[in-house]
Design a protein around this ligand. Structure first.
Ligand code: GAR
Length: 204
């Protein structure tokens, strides 16, 4: 069992990164956030990192809009390694990560997705669940592989869909569970007991 050394990639508010930092500060998770990178210069995740004195910076991912590739991917790997990260946490990072990053951190890249995968991969999953008429939505924390939201699942939490839900109310209820699920998944990794057998993740 070793303290996880996390590099967090995000694009937005960073509430998931906050839930991880809070769990660490409460002594509920044996980890350190070594670096936060955002592909949006004024992303709130950077402000949150600064408040906790976590090294952070903007990563310019141009010219691509939806993926992390080329010089930006190389720079990302360099920064994560230089900061001593041994695990990469995608926390609302709205880009597809490519095989080079995955090879630099084999089975050490995690993502949180606001749906019960394999249902509704991709974007605005909570709206997809609502439009489909689902009675249950949720959240998935999974290892990242070369596909889209397709890697082995570590933790899932279900959330009821209410009759008067809007995309906003449903997403807000899903986010409450996200903030439980990500620290929980990381605790399983920190315990050293987690084993991946094909698609199946066994915990203890
Ligand atoms: C979260 O709901 C997360 O599940 C979602 O973005 C939001 C980020 O919130 N991620 C995806 O949709 C990835 N495909 P945050 O910036 O407050 O953590």
């Amino acid at each position: 069992m070793a303290t996880l050394k996390l590099g967090v990639l995000g694009s937005g508010s960073g509430s998931n990164m906050q839930s991880i930092v809070d769990a660490i500060e409460k002594g509920e998770l044996d980890a350190e956030v070594k670096l936060v990178l955002a592909d949006v210069p004024d992303a709130k995740i950077l402000d949150r990192a600064k408040k906790h004195n976590i090294p952070c910076q903007y990563l310019d991912c141009a010219p691509w809009k939806t993926k992390l590739e080329g010089p930006a991917e190389d720079e990302c790997i360099r920064l994560l390694k230089e900061a001593g990260c041994d695990m990469v946490v995608l926390a609302g990072f709205m880009r597809i990560v490519k095989p080079k990053l995955l090879a630099a951190f084999p089975m050490r890249v995690l993502n949180i997705h606001p749906a019960l995968l394999p249902a509704f991969p991709g974007v605005h999953s909570w709206t997809q669940a609502l439009d489909y008429g689902c009675k249950v939505a949720g959240v998935t924390v999974h290892f990242v592989d070369a596909g889209t939201d397709s890697g082995p699942i570590i933790v899932q939490k279900a959330v009821p869909v209410l009759e008067d839900d809007t995309p906003e109310t449903l997403h807000a209820r899903i986010q409450v569970q996200e903030h439980v699920a990500y620290p929980e998944a990381l605790r399983h990794l920190a315990s050293g007991k987690l084993k991946v057998e094909g698609r199946r993740v066994r915990i203890g």
